[in-house]
Design a protein around this ligand. Sequence first.
Ligand SMILES: *[C@@H]1O[C@H](CO)[C@@H](O)[C@H](O)[C@H]1NC(C)=O
Ligand SMILES: *[C@@H]1O[C@H](CO)[C@@H](O)[C@H](O)[C@H]1NC(C)=O
Length: 498
Amino acid sequence: MGMRLRFSSISLMLLLFVLGVVLIVQVVSNDVKHNYADALSKSILFFEGQRSGRLPSSQRMKWRKDSALHDGNDIGMDLSGGYYDAGDNVKFNFPMAFTTTILSWSIIEFGKSMGSDYVHATEAVKWATDYLLKSTSIQNKVVVQVGDPWDDHNCWQRPEDMDTKRTAFAVTDKNPGSEVAGEIAAALASSSIVFKKFDPAYSQNLLQRAIQVFTFADKYRGFFNDSLGKWVCPFYCDWSGYQDELIWAAAWLYKATNQQTYWNYVVKNIPLLNDKYSGKIGEFGWDDKHAGIHVLIANDLLSKNSSGNNALAADIVVCTILPESPTKSSGIKYSPGGLLFKDMGSNMQNPTALSFLLLTYSRYLIRANKVVQCGDKTVSPQRLIEFAKGQVDYILGNNPMKMSYMVGFGNKYPKRIHHRGSSLPSIDQHPKHLGCHDGSPYFKSSKPNMNELTGAVVGGPLKDDTYPDIRSEFAQSEPTTYINAPLVGLLAYFNSPC
Ligand SMILES: *[C@@H]1O[C@H](CO)[C@@H](O)[C@H](O)[C@H]1NC(C)=O
Ligand SMILES: *[C@@H]1O[C@H](CO)[C@@H](O)[C@H](O)[C@H]1NC(C)=O
């Protein structure tokens, strides 16, 4: 009896042990429970690493220091502040404004789910809007960028000791740029909503400026490429024209003011997008605002006519993107591991921006008690949420490489990101000036970056789900502000679904 008992208790222990191992293996392989709260905090912290200008004492990413304090001096303006857009040290206002608009939209839709990170998210917006206010402080003039991009891209240098030309470029009534002015107007209008409750004076300031800049963009029409040429193209060249930015700005102004004139502007001009036929309806990023416009106004369309059964353009956006949709665009592909891909350099901006739109639209659909019909497939709002979660989970580690694409998140993540400041020793470690080419050995080194740019999400894997983690492969290894901005909203939601 005693023997038998001992035997069975040993086998019971063995059984429990085996069960335990099986359970652990299962949890690791499914790995669905990510720490979204941690990812959210880090996705916002990343923006501190991109800051230009004089850093406040509240700066948490300590290896970064003051930089580019004299920006704007060449044209008699104070243009210090704002963000470096990616791994370089140029301040490109076009993608910076888009980043700001999407950060604001993230807060407007999902701010309630941000907990203690809410305040950091609004700080991230304000770091951009303070600068955008400076960039638009002179009537009929809008600053487009600070920094000579040719000069900058020729050097591998810390922002703190840049000695490349910090030329300021602007568009004016005589040399217009409606896409960049339109996006800045959208950024100012959307951020005015963010600050409305707790800083009404600042919010009012943003809104007044948004109206002024939109009027300028609409009245003096033109492409910034025609005005500034090689200083803007091929860097953040606006391939999709300015019509989308003008409508996008008007839609945000409608949201911020509730004034019928802006709604009328949107309704009147939206047919000019002609996007159902041009294949642009599934596009959304710093260049192309088409899908974003349709989702943004869908909430108003649904609430203005809840009895209507007309398929909204936002429904077509959904059907263009979802893998199971019979009308999915051939321009949208999925890797074997499930990540959304488009044929372009830095891909990760596509899964984050489009997932943000689908998640946002799911909430509008739930409110209106609607579903989407893609051919013979019925798509529920729940499916849109599940799709967005799949993309976010891939980024955080559910992928064939079993790595996170967010720096500093999880136990395996990109170590050699294409980012000047992150790859070079910090001022604390190496106070002596590093000149234009002094950074080359660090760039070429196979060692991990010296400073962790916590929260940065990189361009991401190749189409076969592999990731090289090589600094020079910038399409894969470079982070950008507009990859992270929509992720802030997505992570807030999955941290605390509301
Ligand atoms: C920008 O302008 C140049 C010179 O006029 C032109 O060759 C190029 O096609 C333009 N690019 C775009 C995207 O409009
Ligand atoms: C509301 O929707 C119905 C049905 O789709 C349509 O016939 C009607 O014109 C719409 N009304 C407005 C005000 O848009």
